[in-house]
Design a protein around this ligand. Structure first.
Ligand SMILES: Cc1cc2nc3c(=O)[nH]c(=O)nc-3n(C[C@H](O)[C@H](O)[C@H](O)COP(=O)(O)O)c2cc1C
Ligand SMILES: Nc1ncnc2c1ncn2[C@@H]1O[C@H](COP(=O)(O)OP(=O)(O)OP(=O)(O)O)[C@@H](O)[C@H]1O
Length: 143
């Protein structure tokens, strides 16, 4: 029985922290689908630089990822209803409330566990493990 996992995020400029998250999410099951957030749903931080299509293309190419899809514009649980995964893997600092997600899954009659991935520890001094840090560095050096 294939154990399916869903991960999600903005993935504006991909970095080793994303790779760590997606590797951990992939290890939680046999098949990993990643939902790439639409710009309209990224309301808790700066609007992404790269288009949804571009962000999806890059994530889809990563080794731990079986499939990357663009998220629903309005209802973030629509793809979850469709995919009906066994696990939703949240990133270590993802701004979602685990209990709230579990409650909504319950309400929609979706049997699925909510897990949290761990943070990637910097492997080297120079690693930029956040999109924001990468953009700040670009502005510093090229702005
Ligand atoms: C269970 C779940 C389902 C999601 N489904 C969608 C979706 O259908 N469409 C979408 O644009 N974003 C979706 N998202 C992503 C959120 O909209 C949010 O933008 C994303 O979690 C951003 O996280 P980040 O700040 O870690 O990148 C989903 C997130 C979760 C936790
Ligand atoms: N350093 C990291 N270690 C582990 N997971 C990470 C790391 N950075 C991001 N992630 C995870 O990747 C997913 C997508 O994150 P997102 O696209 O918001 O990248 P970000 O680098 O956190 O962005 P920003 O720096 O703009 O907040 C989230 O679940 C997040 O928890």
């Amino acid at each position: 029985m294939t154990r399916t996992v869903v991960a999600q995020g903005t993935f504006d400029i991909v970095h080793p922290g994303h790779v760590h998250y997606l590797r951990e999410a992939a290890a939680m099951g046999d098949h990993l689908t990643v939902i790439v957030a639409r710009k309209s749903n990224v309301d808790h931080k700066e609007t992404p630089i790269c288009s949804s299509a571009q962000r999806r293309t890059v994530i889809d190419a990563l080794e731990p990822v079986d499939e990357a899809i663009l998220g629903h514009e309005e209802d973030i649980f629509a793809p979850i209803e469709e995919l009906d995964p066994d696990v939703i893997a949240l990133g270590h600092d993802q701004h979602h409330d685990d209990a709230a997600i579990e409650a909504e899954l319950e309400r929609r009659g979706i049997e699925c566990t909510v897990e949290r991935a761990s943070p990637r520890e910097p492997a080297a001094e120079a690693e930029l493990l956040s999109t924001r840090l990468i953009i700040d560095r670009i502005l510093e050096q090229r702005g």
